[in-house]
Design a protein around this ligand. Structure first.
Ligand SMILES: Nc1ncnc2c1ncn2[C@@H]1O[C@H](COP(=O)(O)OP(=O)(O)OP(=O)(O)O)[C@@H](O)[C@H]1O
Length: 653
């Protein structure tokens, strides 16, 4: 092409992508007759279109509800052009008051500034311009916007409540590292999240966790968390203390501290961590004051030495209680000494003794076996906050519909098994070159294969098993030549009649109470399930899960359970002889020697090695953070160009 050739005119379609409104001339300035003040009369736009913002219609389709938010609801949806699944957070705007919720405004602004693998990404904002409702009275009062977010198959709250998902310790470690990674990024970007809880930790189909719901987040003043000011902030600025969902609220907030720091988020992480074991929020205060009692009942009332500042806070009266810490009794059954130390430092009452996100990532608990898994192989089905009610109902139903125990020698007919229905299997996420295809749902109705019946890792755990950390009890093997009914070959129907003839396909079933009458055939049509998971064989596992064994989801190569490949790692309480790596204190003395925050003389903050090369050496067996053999510098520079992982569905947008 010669240099004189005119520049290529962009195609019409390229222009059409951007609907830019015309710049109109400034409206005439008018003067009010009464006050004599000038004003500009604003007129309603003739077109309802919002320029620079996609219109919902013809672009998206709204599907089922995923969750209920403070200012709207969250729906699952489809982007019609690409057929990709999205989540749509609906924001209802009161037209009358012309109010756009401040939390939504904050969330949008903040999400637009953040870009990290472990932070949810805002795809775009769309405006609901519904022709059938625009003329109705209600729609003239309310208009809605949608925040379009990548669809996440689960949130942590749904996963923990889902009776069919059990977490292994290595998965919990992986998840904790991801949460801390995301939080470290936020804190380094000078934001406090202020609403860390399991429902706001989303999980995608690749097992990537994303922190979501930035409605309460805000910029903080002062420096990011560092060794001198471990809580971050530290400028003495005051913020509202009525933040964070109550059960996850840090003690300083409960006591009314307004000069709080990023440490409030770390407290939330501690609550989330502990919730992974108990499968329910650990501190369920009924009121704000009760929340304080719950906290001190778990961690003990702080002494002057524990938390000097507590006595100066508005709610100091709570510190006159006399509770002893029960942390070890409550979580000692799940965690080793190192694990308890980690939990204790996340839930340190004094915010200045709490770990920072960065130091928490280097806690020796992560270097202790079992190591964090590289990828988490969960969830096997969609699980959101909105499902929790259903799980509870199903659990209640399953309890009330339990098959009564058979009288000795009797066969009890099993009614329709109250097998729990899952809402949907995880869709296969689109690959990079797979833009248009709809993610197919796997056939969750498919029946299980009997071959998997004996494999506990393939069998959904029962509701009434403990917390999912112990294997189902396997009945002891019977002596050779015997089964639990006596000598092998003694059929159950004839062992009371005294004349054993051995099992026979054409044997006659005898009613042992009225031997002359035939047994009602309905009682004999189903053979007893005598697999290792059968309740008839003494295992605690309910036979209603039998059908799930054939479920195609359990045989999908994408979700291969690691226990199929290698034996499951044990992580019961640490053996007394197992050495614990406590070598995490910096070699050159306490780090907080210069600590002078608020001019009080608080004790130095315990720190774990961070990014200095010297301290990095101390992190033994640290498989996660190493890249190409060299330790990764984890300090996040918020203003650096955003680096997205293209394999992730979230980042394809
Ligand atoms: N991108 C997403 N993909 C899938 N589910 C989502 C997504 N975003 C949110 N949800 C679901 O919706 C629920 C509520 O979302 P979110 O917390 O963002 O709303 P909110 O209005 O801020 O709620 P709240 O007021 O309770 O904090 C989440 O717990 C989750 O179950």
């Amino acid at each position: 092409m010669s240099d004189d050739a005119p520049p290529a005119v962009p195609s019409k379609t390229e222009f059409n992508k951007y609907k830019i409104g015309k710049v109109k001339s400034t409206p005439a300035i008018q003067r009010d007759a009464k006050t004599n003040l000038t004003y500009i009369k604003l007129r309603k736009r003739s077109s309802e279109k919002v320029y620079g913002c996609t219109v919902f219609q013809n672009h998206y389709r709204e599907d089922e509800k995923l969750g209920q938010g403070t200012f709207g609801e969250v729906y699952k949806g489809i982007h019609l052009e690409t057929q990709r699944q999205v989540a749509m957070k609906k924001i209802i705007v009161s037209v009358e008051k012309d109010l756009f919720p401040i939390t939504a405004q904050r969330e949008i602004t903040i999400l637009k500034r953040l870009g990290h693998k472990n932070i949810i990404k805002l795809i775009e904002m769309v405006y609901d311009h519904s022709p059938d409702t625009t003329n109705s009275a209600s729609s003239s009062l309310h208009k809605s916007f949608y925040m379009i977010l990548p669809y996440m198959v689960a949130d942590l709250s749904g996963v923990l409540h889902n009776p069919r998902i059990s977490l292994k310790m290595c998965d919990i470690k992986n998840m904790m590292l991801q949460v801390l990674e995301g939080l470290n990024y936020i804190h380094c970007a000078k934001f406090m999240h202020r609403d860390i809880k399991t429902a706001n930790i989303l999980i995608d189909h690749n097992g990537i966790l994303k922190l979501a719901d930035f409605g309460l987040a805000r910029l903080y003043y002062g420096c990011p968390p560092n060794l001198k000011y471990p809580g971050g902030a530290g400028s003495g600025a005051k913020y509202t203390s009525v933040v964070v969902t109550r059960w996850y609220r840090a003690p300083e907030l409960v006591l009314g501290d307004k000069q709080y720091t990023t440490a409030v988020d770390i407290w939330g992480v501690g609550c989330v961590f502990a919730e992974c074991f108990e499968k329910k929020p650990i501190l369920q205060g009924k009121t704000d004051i009760d929340q304080g009692h719950c906290i001190f009942k778990l961690l003990g009332t702080p002494t002057e030495e524990d938390w000097a500042m507590a006595r100066c806070l508005p709610g100091a009266e709570l510190t006159t209680t006399n509770y002893k810490s029960t942390l070890k009794e409550r979580f000692g059954q799940f965690l080793t000494e190192t694990g308890l130390d980690f939990l204790g430092h996340l839930l340190a009452l004094d915010p200045y003794k709490r770990l920072t996100a960065m130091s928490a990532k280097h806690h020796p608990w992560f270097s202790e076996e079992p190591f964090p898994s590289e990828n988490i192989t969960l969830p096997t089905e969609e699980s959101h906050e909105a499902d929790i009610k259903r799980y509870k109902e199903e659990m209640h139903q399953s309890l009330s519909q339990r098959v009564p125990t058979a009288p000795r020698g009797h066969i009890v007919e099993k009614g329709e098994s109250p097998v729990v229905k899952s809402r949907g299997a995880i869709p296969r996420g689109p690959k990079k070159d797979d833009a248009i295809s709809v993610a197919p749902l796997r056939d969750i109705a498919a029946k299980p294969t009997p071959s998997k019946l004996g494999d506990p890792s393939q069998n959904p755990r029962p509701y009434h098993s403990n917390n999912g950390y112990s294997k189902p009890a396997v009945p002891p093997a019977a002596p050779a030549g015997m089964n639990r009914y006596g000598a092998i070959n003694t059929s159950r129907s004839n062992r009371f009649s005294g004349n054993s003839t051995g099992p026979s396909s054409n044997r006659k079933f005898v009613n042992r109470f009225h031997p002359e009458t035939d047994v009602n055939p309905k009682y004999i049509k189903a053979p007893l399930p005598l697999g290792p998971q059968s309740r008839y064989q003494g295992s605690s596992t309910d036979s209603r899960y039998k059908s799930a064994q054939n479920d195609s989801r359990y045989h999908n190569a994408r979700y291969i359970n690691k226990s199929d490949i290698k034996p499951e790692q044990k992580y019961s309480r640490q053996e007394p002889n197992t050495p614990i790596n406590r070598n995490y204190n910096p070699p050159n003395g306490p780090r907080n020697s210069g600590f002078d925050h608020h001019h009080d003389s608080r004790p130095p903050h315990p720190q774990f090695p961070v990014s200095t090369s010297q301290s990095q050496h101390q992190i033994a067996n640290k498989p996660i953070e190493k890249k190409n053999g060299s330790p990764k510098d984890e300090r996040v520079k918020p203003d650096e160009p955003k680096n997205f992982d293209n394999n992730d569905i979230a980042d394809l947008y």
